[in-house]
Design a protein around this ligand. Sequence first.
Ligand code: ZN
Length: 270
Amino acid sequence: MPELPEVETTLRGIMPHIQKRKISKVVIRQPRLRWPIPDELVGLVEGQQLLNISRRGKYLLFEFAQGYALIHLGMSGSLRIVSANTPANAHDHFDWVFGDIALRYHDPRRFGCLLWLEGEPQEHKLLAALGPEPLTEEFTADYLYKRSRKRTQAVKQFIMDSHLVVGVGNIYANESLFMSRIKPIRKAGTLTRQNCEDLVRNIKFVLARSIEQGGTTLRDFVGGDGKPGYFKQQLLVYGRGGEACTECGKFLKEVRMNDRTTVYCVDCQK
Ligand SMILES: [Zn+2]
């Protein structure tokens, strides 16, 4: 599933090719995504210049003079730049053509979306309740400490809640909790100030490193059938249940929490 780092990498990969360019044509092959692509969208963006692209959480916002198109990649979506005459494959649901190139959306499971937003995008119902961006100064140990008081929810679920902070997907939650030596099943309200400092620092670290690694695959956003840059990462615990802990050598424990794979070291994480 595309996580915040992949969405950020997507933004950086496509931006230089299409920013400030005019959309000459919109091709919609399959409008039934998670929500239907609105009928009026084609008329609103065709002939318009794409002014800017930004990201909020895992949403991409494409700014035009009259409003914003919002794209979410869902479970399996990807965007890439192709030559405008590249034949479409299965699951290539829409193209925005910019003269000789096109931005092409591919999504086998169709949980993604393309919507049109008018007014201030941050006030839209999908974005208004989102917590701070993890890589900004708004996300601090103090903030995490205050928000976690009296919370009985497991700390892993707590940090994965997008109302608290956006972008801490399952992989990043597992990794940052291991690096912070915090047991995922512990109640959020028991986090100490030091725990919050460690956790915030490590969440920022794992996300920033992942974005950096994604940057090396940017070329994959351009071209025919190339799978865009969803990258393999060096992971300490995620996907390593039953293997040796990198710190103490004991077997890592794997459990399900809220239907998500959770891996931790019983000895190192308290
Ligand atoms: Zn260990």
